[in-house]
Structure formats: structure tokens, C-alpha cells
Design a protein around this ligand. Structure first.
Ligand SMILES: C[S@@+](CC[C@H](N)C(=O)[O-])C[C@H]1O[C@@H](n2cnc3c(N)ncnc32)[C@H](O)[C@@H]1O
Length: 212
């Protein structure tokens, strides 16, 4: 399926905003280090479903852990099962991990609660914690078991965009655990994953890459 959001005025400015994410299918592959950060922080037992897999950027890292990985996407990104809508699915897997489209994050939470047998983890803006509507529909009813706050910035680029600049948005891994009862735990991902998995040395990193 054609992605009408790729050429917005011919100019994508990754340091400013994910321009295409407001009403498009929102295809922003996740940098590998951000997925490694989750897998080295949170334990997952059993198979993992990546239900919005894009070109497999996240699935490929998940597959490096010992868990079997199933991948699907609503759109054809050349990877995984195509045409599967996570918002309406009734499929179930032990664990679900993805970076959802920005404009459907709440729907992905609802599907994760319905379809994960054990845990599901969504990479979301830290600001997802805010908002009266989400407080009523998500956080008071089914709060995450743990929120892993990134201490380094993640920069998202549309597929094929030139990699330059650094991120301005704070992200976190939101993890729901069906076996967890009790308050949400707030935890911080240790700095260093970006350098370890993207070949960037500490000296080369910009000050703006760190959340100060
Ligand atoms: C931000 S991209 C992330 C891709 C991949 N998860 C990653 O982290 O590299 C969001 C993906 O969600 C897919 N998508 C959008 N709506 C969807 C839906 N309703 N069901 C399944 N996938 C969807 C898009 O095609 C896109 O590949």
C-alpha cells in the first residue's frame, strides 16, 4: 500500500517533529539500541509478537534474544505478515512488543491488554503519561506495571531519510504485566545503550543527546 506521508513538502526535519505521524500510517523504524535497552532491562518469558513490525527493525533485535518472534504489520513494509490490523485483532501471544503509530497509541494499549498472555511493552512518548482522557481510560483502569524512562534521546527518522541531528522528544518503554498487581514502578534505563549499539562513542555524542 502506498504511503502518502513520505514526501511532505520534500523536507523532513527529524530534529523538530515526526511530521508524518498525525494522520498517516506513521512508519518510523526504531533505532536498534532502543530495543536492546528494553531487552536488557525487562525479562520476557515465551514468544514475542511484534504487531506493527515495519521493516523489521525491532523484530530483528528481538530475535537476538532467545524468544521466538512473530512479526506482522497492517501495511506492506517488506517484512513479516502483511495486512494484519492490530487494532481489531483477536490473536493472542505470550508477549507483545512494538513501537506503535503515534495516532493509534491508545488503541494499541487496548489491543495489548486484550491480546497479551503475559507482558506487553510499547515504546511511547514520555508525555503519554499526561492527559485527563488517558488517566480515566488507561492509567486508573489498567496502569502499566513499569515505565522505563530513557536517559538518552531517541531520534526517529522516516525510512530513507538522512540521519542527522538529535531528538527533542523524551520516550519511555511502557510495560504491562498481567501477573503484576500494585503501583506502577518507575525505572530508568541506564545511559550507554546508544553508544554500545550504534557505534557512537561518548566523545562524539552531542550534549543534546542526553536528557539533562
Ligand atoms: C512507528 S512505525 C514502527 C515500526 C516498527 N515497530 C519499529 O519499531 O521499527 C509504526 C508501524 O505501525 C504500522 N501500523 C500502523 N497502523 C497499524 C495497525 N492498525 N495495525 C498494525 N500495524 C500498523 C505502520 O505500518 C508502521 O510500520
Amino acid at each position: 500500500m502506498a504511503d502518502a506521508t513520505y514526501n511532505l513538502n520534500g523536507g523532513f526535519k527529524p530534529t523538530i517533529k515526526r511530521l508524518a505521524d498525525l494522520d498517516g500510517p506513521d512508519f518510523y523504524p526504531t533505532p536498534a539500541w532502543a530495543t536492546h535497552a528494553l531487552m536488557e532491562s525487562e525479562k520476557f518469558a515465551g514468544e514475542i509478537w511484534e504487531p506493527a513490525c515495519g521493516d523489521g527493525a525491532m523484530s530483528n533485535v528481538l530475535a537476538e534474544a532467545s524468544n521466538p518472534v512473530v512479526s506482522s504489520d497492517l501495511y506492506d513494509r517488506g517484512f513479516g505478515e502483511v495486512g494484519h490490523d492490530f487494532l481489531t485483532t483477536e490473536r493472542r501471544h505470550d508477549n507483545i512488543i512494538t513501537n506503535p503509530p503515534y495516532n493509534a497509541a491508545e488503541g494499541f494499549v487496548a489491543s495489548g491488554l486484550r491480546c497479551a498472555g503475559h507482558k506487553f511493552a510499547l515504546l511511547l512518548r514520555l508525555a503519554f503519561l499526561e492527559g485527563a482522557n488517558r488517566a480515566n481510560t488507561i492509567f486508573h483502569k489498567a496502569p502499566p506495571s513499569r515505565v522505563w524512562v530513557f536517559s538518552e534521546r531517541i531520534t526517529f527518522y522516516m525510512k530513507g531519510a538522512q540521519v542527522a541531528g538529535s531528538g527533542t522528544t523524551a520516550y519511555a518503554w511502557f510495560v504491562w504485566n498481567k501477573d503484576h498487581a500494585g503501583p506502577t514502578e518507575l525505572a530508568w534505563i541506564k545511559p550507554g545503550f546508544k553508544a554500545k549499539y550504534s557505534g557512537i562513542t561518548t566523545r562524539k555524542r552531542r550534549v543534546s543527546d542526553l536528557l539533562l
